[in-house]
Structure formats: C-alpha cells, structure tokens
Design a protein around this ligand. Structure first.
Ligand code: NDP
Length: 480
C-alpha cells in the first residue's frame, strides 16, 4: 500500500506518532493509500524547519527564489500526466479535467508568482521637499496554508506559490481526503533543490493538524480555503493572536440569465458552470435564475443536455462526471436532494446515486440533478450543497433578479447572461459578490483579485493581493 508521507525539512517522513489514516479512491470506494496521521508534534517540527530556513530563503533574493520556483514548475510539467492520474484517482474527478485544468493550473500558479514577484515594485510617496516615504514590503515569516479537497493541487499551489515568491517559508496542510499530489509536489521540490524547510507539508486531520497550524504562535499568517464553518473556527482562534488571515470560504452562486442572451453559448456554459468537477467547485453556479419569458425553453434544453452527460469511470477520457469525493460527502449531497423533495421541489433529472458495474460498483457517484419549484428562501436555495445539484427559478424583473441573486449569506461569484451592455454594468455593480462573470464562466486572469464577500470570506487572493498578504508593509520616511 502506497504511503503518503509528510515533507518536513527537505525529507519525506512519517508522522512522529507513527499513525496512519486511510486514503480512499472515490471511483471504487477502496483504500488506495495510507496517509501520515500527524499531530501538533509534526507541526512543531515543520515550524522549526521553516523558521530555520527563513534567512537562507530570503538571502536567495527575488531572482534566486523565482528561478527555483520555475524549476519546480518545470518538473510538474514533466510529470503532468502522473500528477493528473493521481489527482483523478485521489479525488474521483475525470482524468480529462485533471489533465486540462487542475495540473496545468497548478503549474501556472508556480510560474505566475515566480514571474509576478520579479515585476512587483514598491511605492514611494514624495512630500514635496519635506520628506520621501517608501514602502518596504517584508515577508511575514512562516506562512500557514490550509487547502480543501475539491481542487487539491490547484488550490494548494495557489497559496504556497505566492507565499514562497514573497519570501516566506511555508507550513502547509492539504485536505486529508486528497493528499496525494501535494506529497508528489514535495518529492519534486527535493528534486528541484528547494532548500530544506522552505516548504513543509504536514498531512492529517483538520481538527488536529489544521488546528495546530492555526494556533501556532510561530505562524503569523494563515491562508485558508474551505468551508465557512471551518473558516469561522480558524478566525476564532487566530483573531486574538492578531494573525493575518485570508479566508476563502463557501458559496451559493447565482447564474442570472436574461432572455436577450446568446442562448447556445449560455446553455453550453451553464451546463459547465453547474456540473464541472461534479459541482464541487466553489465557483460553480448552483442557483440558476432565468427570465420568465425564456424559462420553459431554457429548462427543457438544459435538462436535455444534462441527461446526456456521462457519469462514469474517472479514468475514462470520455467521462463528464466522475465520483464525488467521499462517501460522507455523497450522503450529504443525497440528503440535500431529499430535503429539496421535502421542501416541495420537483426533480427534473438525476436525484439519485448512480451504481456502476464491476470494480466501480462501490464508487460514490451521483447523477447530475436539476430541481425546480422552490422559492429563494428555502434551505435548498440557501445552503451550500457543493455537489452536482442545481435549482431553477424564474424571475420577472431585473430588480427581482438582483434581489434573488443577493438573497443569501454568501457572496463569492455571480454569472450574468445578457447582451444589454448597460444592464450588464448595472447588474455587475449591484451584485454582492467578489467575482462577476458576464457572458462567461471560470475565465481566470491570475492578476485579478479573487475572493468573496459576506460569509464567502475575508481578503483577496491573486496577483499583487496575494503578495501583499504574505508581506508586511513598512513605511520608511526620510527627511529631505
Ligand atoms: P473544510 O473546511 O472541511 O476543510 C478545508 C481544510 O481545512 C482541510 O484541509 C481541512 O482538513 C482543514 N480543517 C478542518 N478543520 C479544521 C480546523 N479546525 N482548523 C484548521 N483546519 C481545519 O472544507 P472542505 O475540504 O470540505 O472543502 C469544501 C469547502 O471549501 C466548500 O465549502 C467550498 O465552498 C470551499 N471552497 C472555497 C473556495 C474559495 O475559493 N472560496 C474554493 C474551494 C472550496 P481535513 O480535510 O483533513 O478535515
């Protein structure tokens, strides 16, 4: 059985306590590896290694750090196929998606921040002939990075790459449900010659390892992506310690479709924005709001497309939806579908577990599910489901659409479909979300601010926002 080890101080090591957790392959429901079941002793070792590595990492200078990060990216590129296969096995996502999106984006994260930091300049403020101020941005020190299971290597690297580029050393924890590719990255860092202790990866359970990272006094900044409840717990522990916090949390994203949109383009993209990665992307649109004059046409065409999606073996390149990430998550999603029925919703398609044959018969598959007939206030339209489940609701006016779109506690992303330019601007301005896509979805420029409003998070990642997060700004004022 393959072992997923920790990467601490430049070495792949088991947990201090010698315990292991099982790592399941969602496609088959079988254990495919064991993971180091770490605790606060492993986090302590990682923090000590990261602290010891800080001066050397900073002494390398921006160019030296950038060059090493580029080398790691080159090795990820070399191993793209192996990483994609591992991601697909560990998470249950279609291999085609891992090849096309997850691993290329993980590589891009390293390349982007290795490049961005070379072009990052600091500000100077000249006060006539009185004084010159300049902003000295110094790395915060050891950064804690905690990431979720839905886009494992993609989101893991989205945090550690800017931290490393900014000159921090890192103690990171991938989700215990999908730790595999992070450990592969650890081995690539050794091969690339990353100095020991610069990046440390500690595997294990959130309440043990994640909590130890959050509470450790030697970690002054924590970047977290995950559920809103976990984010609140992290904030509760970290806030009294005055740690810097970046929290990227849950969502209940609206897709607002006006009758004047380009129908075919909208339909194609809305199927993607609903069901990519089995709906397990924080940016997926789960509440589809449709102008009433288009509603029936959209519903029929959408359901026809969704019925044609293939749920199957993640290893088959023709599969559209693979397995959801765990048995517990499958049961949670099926519970939400049952709740939608209780609330009076009509299931137009899907609504059940899919049982495949042969070695896949115990896998965790759910048919893509479309529900109508529920109002905006019910739990189904308020709570994050984070699976292949969407609801349809008609609206009559722009004001009603805006009020429905904004009517949840979340505010991560919104999608807007209209060819009316003025309306697009008006709606984009009025939507309470950190990201608004107009006539597209998941088009990502890594320079742009990324994050949510309300209970979808605090702070922004991406581009200079991320580099700012991992540094402290110091103003130096010199009398002229
Ligand atoms: P969780 O909040 O359960 O876990 C996220 C990470 O935090 C995991 O590594 C987890 O470890 C760890 N963790 C759990 N408990 C603690 C704790 N007490 N202290 C510190 N760390 C802890 O989220 P999921 O992994 O279930 O991910 C799904 C969620 O992530 C969804 O709500 C989704 O919306 C959100 N998300 C948000 C994104 C955004 O950019 N806003 C992007 C992607 C996902 P372990 O897995 O071992 O429990």
């Amino acid at each position: 059985m393959e072992q997923v080890l920790n990467y601490i101080n430049g070495e792949m090591v088991p947990a201090v306590g010698g315990a292991w957790l099982n790592d399941h392959a969602p496609a088959t429901g079988q254990v495919h590896a064991v993971i180091a079941d770490s605790d606060e002793r492993d986090v302590q070792r990682a923090v000590e290694a990261a602290q010891a590595a800080l001066p050397g990492w900073q002494a390398l200078g921006t160019e030296g750090r950038s060059a090493l990060m580029m080398r790691v990216a080159d090795l990820m590129q070399r191993d793209l196929e192996a990483l994609a296969r591992a991601e697909s096995v560990d998470n249950g996502k279609p291999i085609a998606l891992a090849r096309r999106m997850d691993i290329p984006r993980a590589i891009a994260n390293f390349r982007f921040f290795a490049g961005a930091v070379l072009h990052w300049d600091s500000e100077a403020h000249l006060m006539d002939d009185v004084a010159l101020n300049y902003t000295d941005r110094q790395p915060v020190g050891v950064a804690g990075c905690i990431s979720p299971w839905n886009l494992p290597l993609y989101l893991f690297t989205w945090k550690i790459a800017p931290a490393l580029a900014a000159g921090c050393t890192v103690v990171a924890k991938p989700s215990e449900v999908t730790p595999f590719t992070a450990a592969m990255l650890g081995r690539l860092c050794i091969e690339a010659g990353l100095p020991p202790g610069v990046l440390n990866i500690v595997n294990g359970l959130g309440p043990k390892v994640g909590a130890a990272i959050t509470a450790h006094p030697g970690i002054p900044a924590v970047s977290f992506t995950g559920g809103t409840r976990t984010g609140a717990e992290i904030a509760r522990v970290a806030a009294p310690m005055f740690k810097k916090l970046s929290l990227e949390l849950g969502g209940k994203n609206p897709v607002v479709i006006f009758a004047d949109c380009d129908f075919d383009e909208m339909l194609r993209t809305t199927v993607r924005s609903a069901f990519t990665n089995q709906g397990q992307i924080c940016l997926c649109g789960s509440r589809i709001l449709v102008e009433r004059s288009l509603y029936a046409r959209f519903r029929d065409a959408f359901v026809e497309r969704v019925n044609a999606l293939r749920v199957g073996d993640p290893a088959d390149p023709a599969t559209d939806l693979g397995a959801v990430v765990s048995e517990a998550h499958m049961n949670k999603v099926l519970g939400h579908i049952a709740l939608a029925r209780e609330e009076g919703g009509t299931v137009l398609c899907g609504g059940h577990r899919v049982e495949l044959d042969g070695h896949l018969r115990n896998g965790w598959y759910i048919a893509p599910t479309v529900i109508e007939g529920l109002g905006p206030a019910c739990r189904t339209n308020q709570e994050e489901i984070f699976g292949p489940v969407v609801t349809l609701q008609p609206f009559d006016t722009e004001a009603e659409a805006l009020s429905m779109a904004n009517g949840t506690t979340y505010g991560l992303a919104s999608v807007l479909w209209t060819n009316d330019l003025k309306r697009a601007h008006r709606m984009a301005r009025g939507l309470h979300s950190g990201i608004v896509w107009v006539n597209c979805w998941l088009v990502r420029d890594l320079r742009t601010p990324f994050g949510g409003m309300k209970q979808s998070g605090v702070g922004r990642e991406g581009g200079h926002e991320a580099l700012r997060f991992f540094t402290e700004a110091k103003n130096v004022c010199i009398r002229l």
